[in-house]
Write a protein that binds this ligand. Structure first.
Ligand SMILES: *[C@@H]1O[C@H](CO)[C@@H](O)[C@H](O)[C@H]1NC(C)=O
Length: 399
């Protein structure tokens, strides 16, 4: 019954998650009212979390070109602004940056008009301007009457366009000797980084929706299987076992729950490996490694079902210890990875809350059953003590 219930929940969650997201998932905020010179317009925009910046973009899936506009006020009049994609990390080292400011022109003339330079940043210093990993064209910048700078460009992303990219941005207070002077080290300066999700809001809406759908299905399959079914199956095994009337029903419930959970989990895992292959720009190393470990240990658990010694066998106690410790490890790692995954996808708070609620229900159920079963065992031991004068108790708690 519980298994059928979980199946129904899975079906429901999949239906809801697979529904296409609103066309402008990232475009609802302040940034949507922005206007640009020369009739420039962008399909999507997002308000960046620090320094009052926003980024606007159109991503052409066919050509792999990203047209981008970055808007932010420099730290002081005469200062500079920068926006970058970082294919190799989430901070400054590795950033492929567009830096704009009142740079002197090549003739060494007085600085007044804004221009854009590209920097391949290799460490925590900006270095010299030069080519970047994403061939850049149509570079332009202007300082608006409102004191905010607008930086425009077109980047050829190539294979990096298929996924979520890291972006970093920055503002500085001065241009000295023709180069951007170091920026301040305030909390906002250091935290000015975010994901740029090209798939969530692109011009080619059909492709974008299918990518979002794939990720949501990946999340739902794994949350329901590793995150709910397997812990539920473990609860069946640990607590129903105590009740003699539930023997061997607990075993079949446990095995059914775990086999369904494992089956769903493997398909969720496979979707994850596939997403990893498609996301050329960013690899979520921890999430990926934990996922692989959980899958491997889960597979061992299923094999253990077929390789277990008979109940009376002298090695059965060791097998039990092994089976239980691997099982609890799978559950803990699975739940941790689900939270990591929700962080990566930036899932809406209501899904996070729903999953936290599910984990709490399981934890409370386990705690209550722990108390009840201990009560049963203690009472049984007392009764047996009276009847048989201390004969070994056969009402046991599994370890
Ligand atoms: C950027 O710098 C890194 C390290 O210094 C180098 O390996 C890479 O080839 C450079 N990229 C470009 C496009 O010049």
């Amino acid at each position: 019954m519980a298994v059928a219930g979980a199946g129904a929940v899975l079906a429901l969650v999949l239906t809801v998650l697979a529904a296409p997201p609103p066309a402008h998932a990232a475009g609802g905020g302040r940034c949507a009212g922005e206007s640009f010179s020369a009739n420039r317009a962008y399909a999507a925009c997002s308000d960046l979390p620090r320094l009052g910046a926003s980024v606007h973009w159109t991503y052409d899936r066919a050509s792999g070109d990203l047209s981008v506009a970055f808007v932010v006020a420099p730290a002081a009049p005469g200062g500079w602004v920068a926006w970058a994609l970082n294919p190799s990390g989430d901070g400054m080292p590795g950033a492929q940056a567009l830096v704009a400011g009142p740079f002197p022109d090549d003739g060494g003339g007085a600085a007044s008009a804004w221009s854009v330079r590209t920097y391949n940043v290799s460490g925590y210093a900006l270095g010299d301007p030069g080519p970047i990993a994403f061939p850049a064209s149509d570079l332009a910048a202007e300082l608006g009457a409102d004191g905010r700078a607008r930086v425009y460009g077109r980047l050829r992303l190539g294979p990096y366009g298929a996924g979520v990219l890291n972006q970093v941005w920055q503002v500085g207070a001065a241009v000295t000797g023709g180069a951007p002077a170091p920026h301040a080290m305030g909390a906002d300066n250091l935290a000015a980084k975010a994901k740029l999700d090209l798939l969530r809001s692109t011009t080619a809406a059909a492709g974008a929706d299918s990518a979002t759908q794939k990720r949501n299905i990946h999340g739902a399959l794994n949350a329901v299987s590793w995150g709910v079914l397997l812990p539920t199956g473990a609860i069946f095994a640990r607590y129903l076992k105590t009740f003699k009337s539930a023997d061997p029903a607990w075993f079949y419930l446990h095995v059914t729950c775990q086999l369904i959970g494992y089956g769903v989990g493997v398909s969720g895992w496979a979707t994850g490996i596939n997403l990893g292959k498609e996301s050329k720009g960013v690899t979520y190393t921890d999430h990926r490694n934990i996922g692989i470990a959980v899958f491997a240990l889960g597979t061992l658990q299923v094999l253990a079902l077929f390789l277990r010694p008979k109940k009376e066998h002298k090695y059965r106690a060791y097998w039990n210890m092994y089976h239980h410790s691997v099982g609890y490890t799978v559950i803990v790692l699975g739940v941790v990875n689900i939270f990591k995954g929700m962080g990566i996808l930036g899932v809406e708070q209501r899904w996070r809350t729903a999953y936290i609620a599910a984990v709490c229900v399981l934890a409370v159920a386990a705690a209550a059953l722990e108390a009840v079963t201990w009560g049963v065992v203690v009472r049984r031991r007392k009764a047996e003590g009276k009847t048989f004068g201390g004969a070994p108790a056969n009402g046991h708690l599994p370890h």
